[in-house]
Design a protein around this ligand. Structure first.
Ligand code: HEC
Length: 487
């Protein structure tokens, strides 16, 4: 044992280059950068300034940082690392500096705090927080509203419940009997509940969940109805709307998606998304459901107009591909279609979703691996703009990315009934980031980005209620809160 340790130490000492190749970004940073830039990026050595300023913590500087690290800054005494580090490692270090900057920013700014009367101030609105559901939930993922104001709540282990008023003071029902059995494992479970826009006429409710065949899992969509039964509500009339082929189910517990949205121009069409299930390469394979956004009719059939419907080698429901793990999906008030998705570490994305486009994963991506290892994927030199002429398979780069990652989850648009100054803005949630961010979009670009919630819990979903108040589904605490305008 002692001898083995000795040999390993000797190998480690004798082959510093090999070690550096394999090292995570933390290691790369402490080996190469810390002596001058300090262990937290605070600077001090060799006349360096701090990297931890608000000005430098801006996405637009990524390229400048990359160039500085690769080519050095001969005039200031920063050496070039282009010979010893490859591009993926340099981009990994840019991402790591973002994490150091975020840590410093958070330590300095803290969470948003209310004033003495419980009012939170933001750029365009003041709001209060109301607790809608405080107990009785395991890991809520999604809420949606019935026309009578009641609120459906999907809980990851597989329970669908109904809340009597959808407002503070209402009561949460027992689980609705007869909902499908879910594979509650890893990142899967009951993920989404969506009420059909014509619910008053047809009574359909849609669920997305991870379904098991022989222990393997895949995302499945069903619809069903609610009917009164002795002692509560019952799930009836269930129909399978989307199911992958059994050979496309897999063991892993990663990246199921899933959100469902209806086409605002045609309530008989819906879109949903599935993550790549931890198999990045399959996001590029049109014959596989992994890592795709789908478009289907509300009865599960394929509507006219799907871009790959007439290809033998493609799944006819596919609308766009190259997604990693989308968990936010929304149409904004102008009819633009957006997703947010979990990228690798430092690479969460907001994407404008267009038919037939390739969102790049795992060919190109921002960020680096969660274990700290740089990604092999190159950083694109010139991201194609989403509005470039339509070319099937054209790579579309994110409109916005979060570095560090917020663990993007849940996305909705404010219509403005309650918060008129927010009308049309997108609201993106983040699990690890414990954040809700308001994004104002003009001409497909984010022109304002503001964190309006931080530190209330992991944000699983954000939903604009029919009355325009903003509902936030939290995990840890497992609760539903809402933001209401402060008078
Ligand atoms: C020998 C000291 C030294 C080492 C080692 C060093 N730097 Fe620098 N670095 C500097 C100096 C000096 C500057 C210019 C002054 C400043 O911006 O603080 C600089 C500037 C930078 C900048 C540019 C900031 C801007 O304003 O654009 C970045 C980013 C950076 N360094 C990252 C790194 C990384 C990552 C490493 C490790 C791979 C590294 N540096 C290693 C000394 C060093």
């Amino acid at each position: 044992m002692q001898r083995l340790t000795f040999i390993m130490l000797a190998v480690a000492v004798l082959t510093p280059v090999a070690r550096a190749q394999n090292a995570g970004v933390e290691q790369l940073y402490s080996n190469n950068c810390m002596s001058c830039h300090g262990n937290r990026g605070q600077g001090g050595g060799a006349g360096t300034r701090t990297l931890l300023t608000d000005e430098l913590f801006k996405q637009e500087h990524d390229r400048r940082f990359f160039d500085a690290i690769k080519q050095g800054l001969p005039d200031s005494g920063m050496e070039a690392f282009g010979e010893t580090l490859d591009d993926a490692q340099v981009w990994g270090l840019v991402g790591y500096i973002r994490e150091l900057q975020y840590r410093a920013y958070r330590a300095r700014v803290g969470s948003l705090r209310p004033d003495g009367t419980g009012v939170f101030q933001t750029q365009h609105h003041a709001y209060r927080v109301e607790k809608v559901i405080e107990r009785g939930l395991d890991t809520p993922w999604s809420v949606d509203f019935l026309p009578d104001g009641r609120m459906l709540v999907a809980d990851r282990p597989g329970e669908l419940r109904i809340h009597s008023t959808g407002k503070p003071g209402g009561a949460l029902s027992k689980p609705i009997v007869g909902t499908p059995k879910v594979r509650n494992q890893g990142q899967g479970g009951l993920m989404e509940v969506t009420v059909h826009p014509d619910y008053s006429r047809n009574g359909w409710i849609y669920l997305a969940y991870s379904h098991a065949i022989d222990g393997n899992g895949m995302t499945r969509i069903v619809r069903g109805k609610l009917s009164e039964a002795a002692g509560g509500l019952k799930w009836t009339d269930e129909q399978v709307i989307f199911q992958a082929r059994p050979e496309h189910y897999s063991r892993g517990d990663l990246h199921f998606g899933c959100r469902i949205v209806f086409d605002p121009n045609d309530p008989s069409i819906l879109f949903f998304c599935i993550g790549e299930r931890g198999r990045g390469e399959l996001a590029q394979d049109l014959s596989r459901p992994n890592g795709k956004v789908f478009r289907i009719k509300d009865d599960g059939s394929i509507p006219p107009g799907n871009p790959f419907a007439d290809r033998n080698d493609a799944c006819a429901a596919v609308w766009s591909y190259g997604h990693r793990n989308p968990q936010g999906l929304v149409f904004d008030l102008d009819g633009n279609f957006w997703d947010t998705e979990h990228g690798p570490r430092g690479g969460d994305e907001l994407n404008l979703i267009l038919p037939a486009r390739n969102y790049g994963w795992p060919l190109v991506s921002f960020g680096f691996n969660y274990n700290g290892r740089p990604l092999v994927s190159p950083w694109p030199e010139k991201p194609a703009a989403a509005t470039d002429p339509v070319v099937d398979g054209a790579l579309v780069m994110p409109v916005l990315r979060w570095s560090p990652s917020i663990a993007a989850c849940g996305l909705d648009v404010a219509r403005g009934e309650a918060f008129s100054n927010w009308a049309g803005d997108l609201f993106a949630g983040g699990l690890a980031g414990e954040t809700v961010q308001r994004l104002r979009i003009k001409a497909h670009q984010v022109v304002e980005q503001e964190e309006i919630v931080h530190g209330m819990g992991r944000v699983r979903d954000v939903v604009c209620a029919p009355d325009g108040t903003l509902y936030i589904v939290l995990n840890g605490p497992d609760a539903v809160i809402r933001l209401v305008p402060a008078k």
